[in-house]
Write a protein of this length. Structure first.
Length: 116
C-alpha cells in the first residue's frame, strides 16, 4: 500500500455519504411512484362483483361437497335436508341475536348522548 491509499479525505467521505443518502431517498421515491402507478384503480362495483362471485362459487363448492359426503356416508336426502334446516335455523338465530345486540348498543349510545 502506498501513502495515497492510506490517506483519507474527510471532506470527500462526508460528501459521499450525503450523496448516498440522497440517492437512497431518490430511489425510494422512484420505487414508491412506480408502485402507485402499477396499483389498479378499484371501484365499488368491481369489488362488489368480485365478492358476489366469491360467495356464489363458495356456496356451490359447499353444496357439492355436502352432497358428495352425504352419498359417501349413506345419508338420505330427507335427513340431509333436515340437517341443513337445523343449521340454517342456528345461523339465523345467531344473526338475529347479533342484530338485537347492535340495536341495544345503539339505543344506549343515543340515550347517553342525549343526556349530555
Amino acid at each position: 500500500m502506498n501513502a495515497d491509499e492510506n490517506s483519507v479525505d474527510t471532506g470527500t467521505k462526508e460528501s459521499t455519504a450525503a450523496d448516498d443518502a440522497a440517492a437512497l431517498r431518490a430511489d425510494k421515491a422512484r420505487r414508491a411512484a412506480q408502485l402507485s402507478a402499477q396499483a389498479p384503480v378499484t371501484h365499488g362495483r368491481v369489488d362488489q362483483r368480485r365478492l358476489t362471485r366469491t360467495i356464489v362459487l363458495g356456496s356451490i363448492a359447499v353444496i357439492v361437497a355436502v352432497g358428495w359426503l352425504a352419498r359417501e356416508f349413506g345419508i338420505e336426502a330427507n335427513e340431509l335436508i333436515g340437517f341443513l334446516a337445523t343449521s340454517l335455523l342456528l345461523v339465523g338465530s345467531l344473526i338475529a341475536l347479533g342484530l338485537v345486540g347492535a340495536l341495544v348498543l345503539r339505543i344506549i349510545k343515543r340515550t347517553r348522548a342525549a343526556r349530555r
